[in-house]
Design a protein around this ligand. Structure first.
Ligand SMILES: [Zn+2]
Ligand SMILES: [Zn+2]
Length: 344
């Protein structure tokens, strides 16, 4: 089969490799239909690592996928050949303390698709995954919905960790696919209004179309005063969704006393700094987010019943053979790209 491999910084080559085979009785072989490019894939593409997680070349990235089941192990019950499925990229051990506590996203032995040292990613024609990672797509759900269920699940989870957003003013700093997923999930939970910033104007335009009360570009204006002019008491909950130091600084200024800061963004640096003076005086609660746990089904269900509509998230599509073009476009934030999809 064909597999697109990272072979160096900003280097990608199509290789011919053997098709993966079923090993365990709960294994499912999947023919890939579509893959979404994630910001974390871009970190591996442009710098070869995320923190201590370093790519050893050649390596296949990608973890936002959907496909068709082609073969199942003897113990598989959840899916059958021919089923269209969303792939949940996390493969926990289900045995460690974290797994037993229901925190299988922080499993001590976690294998995550497209994560160096854990598992090759899904930028290949075929994949084998455990059945626990396969979620059937029913009703009007398409392969795109399947692939988007991964980032959307992070939005759903981040909103859950804010423990209640109904009727509240929500700030979202960074409106890429994750920021957008947070907004869609928070709106589905009854949040009142959204104050959104991003450095890319086409993304702000999408936020506006989605009903944001305020959108601002920090490269062009003072977004802290922009938001506080519109909401003088400050934000109840603020989601940092871009992994930038300046956004964390702005967050603390924009939040009201007693507000909640939910940090979803993945920074390229290793340590945040924090204005202790303001954070402490305002008694801000800080919650970091590590991907998501058990939110894929809910994300799929909300897209299926129309509570969440992700249609305008996908802005670009590329064939599998042009994966490199797709990665270059996303890495350069070109052409107002939000989510780019690879079609197999
Ligand atoms: Zn992702
Ligand atoms: Zn575990």
């Amino acid at each position: 089969m064909k597999s697109m491999k990272l072979t160096g910084i900003r280097k990608m080559e199509m290789k011919e490799v053997p098709e993966p085979v079923l090993v365990n009785p709960n294994d499912v072989k999947i023919k890939m239909s579509v893959m979404g490019i994630c910001g974390s894939d871009i970190h591996y593409y442009t710098q070869g690592n995320i923190g201590s997680q370093k790519v050893i070349y050649p390596f296949t990235i990608g973890h936002e996928g959907a496909g068709v089941v082609v073969e199942t192990g003897t113990a598989v019950k959840r899916v059958r050949p021919g089923d269209l499925i969303a792939i949940e990229p996390a493969m926990p051990c289900w045995k460690c303390d974290q797994c037993l506590e229901g925190r299988h996203h922080t499993c001590r032995n976690l294998k995550f698709l497209g994560c160096p040292g854990q598992s090759e990613g899904c930028l290949s024609e075929f994949m084998v995954m455990p059945e626990e990672s396969c979620f059937p797509l029913s009703g009007k759900l398409t392969p795109d919905h399947g692939a988007i269920s991964e980032p959307l699940a992070i939005g759903v989870y981040a909103v859950k960790k804010a423990s209640g957003v109904k009727g509240l003013n929500i700030g979202i700093l960074g409106y890429g696919p994750i920021g957008m997923s947070v907004m869609l999930a928070a709106r589905a939970e009854g949040a009142k209004s959204f104050y959104v910033t991003d450095k890319i104007n086409p993304r702000l335009k999408i936020a506006g179309l989605e009903g944001a009360s305020y959108t601002g570009n920090p490269l062009k204006e003072d977004v802290v005063s922009g938001i506080l002019q519109n909401a003088p008491l400050g934000m109840d909950v603020l989601f940092e969704c871009c992994g930038q130091q300046e956004a964390l600084d702005q967050a603390v200024d924009i939040l009201k006393p007693g507000g909640k800061l939910i940090v979803v963004g993945i920074p390229e640096f290793e340590s945040w700094s924090m204005c202790v003076e303001t954070t402490r005086r305002k008694e801000i609660s800080i919650q970091f987010i590590r991907r998501q746990v058990d939110c894929v089904e809910e994300a799929l269900e909300k897209m299926k019943n129309g509570t969440i509509n992700v249609d305008i998230m996908v802005t670009h599509r590329f064939p599998f053979s042009k994966s490199k073009e797709a990665f270059d476009m996303v890495a350069g934030y070109n052409d107002g790209v939000m989510k780019a999809m690879i079609d197999f």
